[in-house]
Design a protein around this ligand. Structure first.
Ligand code: F1P
Length: 346
């Protein structure tokens, strides 16, 4: 059996292990930041972990007083003038901790006088981790798959944990505890939908839409489906889609919208319009008790008490399954994605 699908299915228990470890280490992590002085966070990574960096930067902006921005590691390494070193923390995210660009990004920052480095990784003994003053690690999320699945979602949880620590947001920790059980409930309710969406004859184009932390998740969902099934997939901030890309929508288009709470009415209006243009629309929502005047073709709902900014993470495993089953429908091997390897060394 494919290790990729096994690893996708293992996420509820892996999340439990990752959170248990974080809980046991959180005091030490918080103390390690005590010696650091910064008002700005530059979050960086490559590929999947750059998309994770985008979500993490938004989470830090929402839950802490820090100014947070995401940049690809290649830019931090090659264009260091794109951000001030002083008063900055660099948060580098890497499954392997060995990606050349990410290591060189941190080395550049330190060579320019930067002193504040934190790392989120699955390998706390990696070369990248050794450059950091603080390491948050998810060893339970080690995976054989080239494409990131449980490693990504586990490192995302650690990003939430970091926002909880740096923002002193105790409610976040309690809300994180609900996620593994909620993920199991979503898989039981909607686990059959990805195989429907995976039909390459029915859906030629797939778009993922989201705002805030959900935009990084939309980008990661796009990458999963692209890497595994070699499909035409794009990701946008939700309302941005009207400003041109919407011209591509037809009756062989699938659009997946990750809803926020604050922008939900405006996001819903975009999705309703796209369904009118012929797209099959998947609304990834919280349970709001049927408060919309139209019926999305697919309306997935988590229980209402799940924090809106943690809800998007719960939908990513469904999109990982979409990529997996779409690869199989196209006679591709999701365990061996085309042209890709688990780590890019330069
Ligand atoms: C970064 C990365 C992945 C990508 C592929 C190649 O690896 O670009 O994001 O999906 O697997 O490597 P890492 O720095 O997160 O280990």
């Amino acid at each position: 059996m494919s290790f990729t699908i096994q690893e996708i299915e293992s996420q509820p228990d892996v999340w439990r292990s990752v959170m248990r470890k974080f809980n046991s280490e959180k005091q030490g992590i918080a103390q390690a930041f005590d010696g650091m002085h910064f008002s700005r966070v530059i979050v960086t990574g490559c590929g999947s972990t750059y998309y994770l960096a985008q979500s993490a930067a938004q989470l830090l902006s929402i839950y802490t007083d820090y100014e947070a921005h995401a940049l690809p590691a290649s830019q931090v390494w090659l264009l260091p003038e794109s951000f001030p070193v002083q008063n900055t923390l660099v948060l580098a995210i890497s499954r392997s901790g060995t990606t050349t660009e990410t290591i060189r990004a941190v080395e550049r920052y330190r060579a320019d006088g930067g002193e504040n480095v934190a790392v989120i990784t699955c390998y706390p003994e990696s070369p990248l981790a050794k450059l950091a003053g603080v390491v948050l690690s998810a060893e339970a999320a080690h995976e054989e798959s080239v494409v990131q699945t449980r490693s990504f979602t586990s490192m995302y949880l650690l990003s939430v944990g970091l926002a909880y620590l740096l923002g002193e947001q105790p409610e976040l920790l309690a809300e994180m505890e609900q996620l593994p059980g909620e993920l199991e409930a979503l898989a039981a309710k909607y686990g059959g939908w990805p195989e429907i969406w995976a039909d390459p004859g029915r859906f030629q184009k797939i778009f993922f839409l989201g705002n805030g932390p959900n935009y990084g998740l939309a980008c990661e969902a796009m990458l999963k489906v692209k890497e595994m099934s070699l499909s035409w997939v794009e990701a946008y901030h939700t309302l941005e889609f009207r400003h041109g890309p919407m011209s591509l929508v037809d009756d062989q288009t699938l659009v997946v919208g990750l809803l926020s709470e604050r922008a939900r009415p405006a996001e819903m209006a975009v999705l309703r319009d796209l369904q009118k243009l012929g797209a099959a629309v998947v609304v990834c929502d919280g349970d709001r008790g049927g408060d919309i005047a139209w019926v999305p073709e697919y309306h997935a709902q988590t229980s209402a008490e799940i924090n809106a900014w943690l809800r998007g993470l719960l939908y990513l495993p469904l999109m990982q399954r979409l990529g997996y089953y779409r690869a199989l429908r196209k006679n591709l091997n999701p365990d061996l994605p085309t042209h890709l390897q688990a780590v890019i060394y330069l």
